[in-house]
Design a protein around this ligand. Structure first.
Ligand code: BMA
Length: 381
């Protein structure tokens, strides 16, 4: 072979090897056996950080203010003509064999909503307000010793394993049209620096929580063979990096890191405080995420009944627009109770902030369903 031809083939080989390497260079989530759709989602979420912030809504397809279980309906869609990009659902009461969850969503319907969200190309995240396994009461029963009781060797360990089996069964039913598992961002033991849940701040030691987290991930991944999860760690409001890391289970145990935040104080002062708090926390979160190669997100947020008519653009967007976070998910539109009380975080037609929510939707960097469908989040690209 002449020297020229040899050099040509050598060059070709180098180019091809590099191309193969570049196209294969995918980051893996903490589950090294994650399905290809889950790996694709993980990598695409990372890429999407440069495009904008996905908008999420809890129970969006299940119910809204004044309606329940209407096929195709969504409070986000009612206002914008588009669905959210991220869909949150809740597993509470699955562990005690109830057919309906803690927020009145039947689990079989929930599976349908999850399939629909996936077919639309959206992202699914699951929270779990699981009962207290020691006392049998709710997640809000902070009986001391609960976490210790479900760790290996604890009196409720077998019970906890049986609860995880039920979660695994539920997850195994989540399949797309070609039989592939639907990737889910699983967000257990949320708000763990608050004191209201049995896994909260003063109700177990950091070591116990970390052990519980490690056991939960290992059990789902290695014993029940669930490989379509990304794991999200999230606190409530936090004041410093130390505060954020108080019960952090470690880099090998989380894919997404976030926090939950609600505005509770109204008026100009409340708005300014909310903007400053979010801005500060996001700056810290992004720094942590960059250093640890994790995906940052606001895993829950809201301003109950959104009384401020320009809240979406003048407060929320102001606070988050300059940050690189994957998504921000607002909480559920439970609606009005017979006693006149209400729980909703997203406006509905005629509500004070409805017009402004449409403005927020129109912002170039707020991403809703139509934006993410184009991104084909479950395909490697
Ligand atoms: C809380 C409230 C409750 C709900 C719970 C679990 O923040 O929305 O009404 O039951 O979350 O989703």
């Amino acid at each position: 072979m002449s020297k020229k031809i040899y050099s040509f083939f050598y060059l070709l080989l180098v180019v091809c090897t590099n191309l193969i390497f570049i196209t294969r260079a995918q980051n893996l989530p903490i589950d090294k056996k994650a399905t290809k759709e889950t790996v694709a989602l993980y990598n695409n979420l990372e890429k999407l950080l440069n495009k904008g912030i996905m908008f999420g809504h809890q129970d969006d397809l299940a119910y809204g203010v004044g309606w329940k279980y209407v096929e195709g309906k969504s409070d986000v869609k009612e206002l914008t003509g588009d669905y959210p990009a991220v869909y949150g659902f809740e597993l509470g009461r699955l562990e005690i064999d109830q057919l309906v969850n803690i927020d009145s969503v039947p689990f079989d319907k929930m599976k349908g909503y999850i399939r629909k969200a996936y077919e639309l190309g959206g992202v699914i995240t699951l929270s779990w307000h699981l009962n207290n396994p020691l006392t049998g009461k709710t997640a809000w029963d902070p009986a001391s010793g609960t976490v210790a009781s479900i760790l290996p060797g604890g009196e409720k360990h077998e019970l906890y394993k049986s609860w995880l089996d039920k979660v695994a069964n539920f997850l195994s039913d989540l399949k797309g049209k070609n039989g592939e598992y639907i990737p889910v961002i699983f967000r257990p033991f949320h708000e763990l620096n608050g004191n209201w849940f049995w896994w909260g701040k003063d109700h177990c030691t950091p070591e116990e929580l970390k052990q519980l987290w490690h056991f939960t991930v290992s059990y789902l991944r290695d014993s029940t063979n669930i490989h379509h999860l990304l794991y999200a760690y999230n606190t409530d409001r936090f004041t410093s990096k130390d505060d954020y890391f108080f019960k952090y289970p470690g880099d090998k145990w989380t894919d997404i890191i976030g926090f939950d935040i609600y505005q509770r104080k109204g008026g100009a002062e409340g708005n300014t405080q909310f903007i400053n708090d979010i801005d500060k926390m996001l700056t810290t979160l992004e720094e942590i995420a960059r250093g640890k190669n994790k995906i940052p997100a606001i895993t829950e947020f809201g301003y109950g009944s959104v009384p401020d008519s320009t809240w979406w653009t003048n407060v929320l967007w102001k606070a988050i627009q300059s940050h690189k976070i994957s998504y921000a998910l607002t909480w559920r539109n439970a609606g009005f109770q017979p006693d006149g009380s209400a729980e909703y975080y997203l406006p509905f037609k005629g509500q004070a902030s409805a017009e402004n929510f449409i403005e927020f939707y129109k912002e170039q960097k707020t991403l809703f369903q139509k934006d993410v469908t184009k991104e084909k989040l479950y395909i490697k690209n």
